[in-house]
Design a protein around this ligand. Structure first.
Ligand code: ASP
Length: 343
């Protein structure tokens, strides 16, 4: 048994503290978590507690972080009620569901698919790109052909619910994607969901009992986007970045803004030079705001990060960005990130 695994197992066996850990909590502030430990799994957005549970199945048996994040994000990918990821994702303005995903492991291996249609689990295709090809990214028809050749089946991903939301949007928005961000924010505010808009992309990071990181990020992207648009989520360094010596970061929100500052890579680099995960996420948001403050009126952007000590931090542009994590001891934790703008 490797030394880290041994230490982790003896710690569990000898420490009553682990078992006395508080049950699930929802708190209104974010902070680097002092109860750091591993294995661990963290995800953007509160409903992804379910995704974390699937990842935890792998991690708690001593499995690899890479397997954990793939298993975890497949949960929202298959969920027809999650309108931001995989099956049931909101379509582009022409009614096509187009998916983006990427995955990265502890050795810097990574794979990505962009603008993939009719395949429910883009994350598993991204992993196959990473493991079975000499490439990092496949897009569109090429990604689809690759998926089909590797046994994935083609299916319609537009659910009646998403089709109805799209048709409503068409009636009022005159085929104009420029209004979408505002529209989606208003829709969610009306429904009392906290006004985060159409941003429920899952970015997940896991650290396994060897202390190794992997991450995965998967999305149907911005609702009613122009056909062919790709955001930050499948872009290594923007939507996700893993550096096994330092930590990992992921993002959610308007991808164009995240790409501009190479968001997740920027955050990992800040941690490399001594910032905590919370400080690093704040640096990312502040940099983006400085660059774009006149243009981001209705936008949300959130970052989530973890360092090698297992400390977790998150920061967002505005209120409403929730994240969830699980550490040894059984508790699902849900928190809302601190934010820059108080509106
Ligand atoms: N970041 C994703 C994108 O821009 C969507 C989101 O998280 O809202 O495609």
């Amino acid at each position: 048994m490797q030394r880290r695994q041994f230490l982790f197992k003896s710690l569990l066996a000898s420490s009553g503290l682990m078992l006395l850990r508080k049950p699930a909590v929802a708190e209104n502030k974010s902070a680097d978590d002092s109860r750091a430990g591993f294995p661990l799994v963290i995800s953007t957005w509160a409903p992804n507690v379910k995704a974390n549970a699937a990842a935890w199945e792998v991690l708690s048996k001593g499995g690899r972080a890479l397997d954990a994040v793939e298993a975890g994000v497949r949960v929202p990918e298959a969920d027809p009620d999650d309108t931001s990821v995989g099956y049931g994702g909101l379509p582009d303005r022409d009614g096509n569901v187009t998916l983006d995903a990427c995955i990265m492991d502890e050795k810097g291996n990574c794979g990505s698919v962009m603008f993939l249609q009719n395949i429910m689990h883009p994350i598993s295709v991204a992993r196959m790109v990473m493991e079975k090809t000499p490439h990092v990214i496949l897009v569109g028809d090429g990604a689809l052909q690759f998926a089909l050749q590797n046994g994935f089946k083609q299916e319609n991903l537009l659910t009646p619910k998403s089709e109805q939301i799209w048709k409503e949007w068409l009636k009022t928005h005159n085929y104009n994607p420029m209004d979408t961000i505002k529209y989606m924010r208003e829709q969610k505010e009306e429904k009392g969901k906290g006004g985060q808009g159409n941003h429920d992309t899952i970015g997940m990071i896991a650290m396994d009992s060897n202390g190794d990181f992997s991450g995965a990020c998967t999305t149907s992207g911005m609702a009613f986007k122009l056909h062919g648009r790709v955001g930050d989520s499948p872009v290594i360094g923007a939507g996700l970045y893993v550096d096994n010596e330092v930590g990992a970061a992921t993002s959610t929100g308007v991808g164009e803004e995240v790409i501009r500052i190479c968001g997740s890579h920027t955050i990992v680099e800040a941690m490399r030079y001594g910032k905590s995960p919370l400080e690093a996420c704040k640096i990312g948001v502040e940099r983006m705001y400085k660059l774009r403050k006149d243009k981001i009126a209705d936008m949300q952007i959130g970052f989530l990060a973890v360092n090698k000590k297992g400390e977790i931090g998150a920061f967002a542009l505005r209120k409403g960005f929730t994240y969830t994590y699980k550490l040894p001891g059984g508790a699902d934790v849900i928190k809302e990130a601190e934010c820059l703008l108080k509106d």
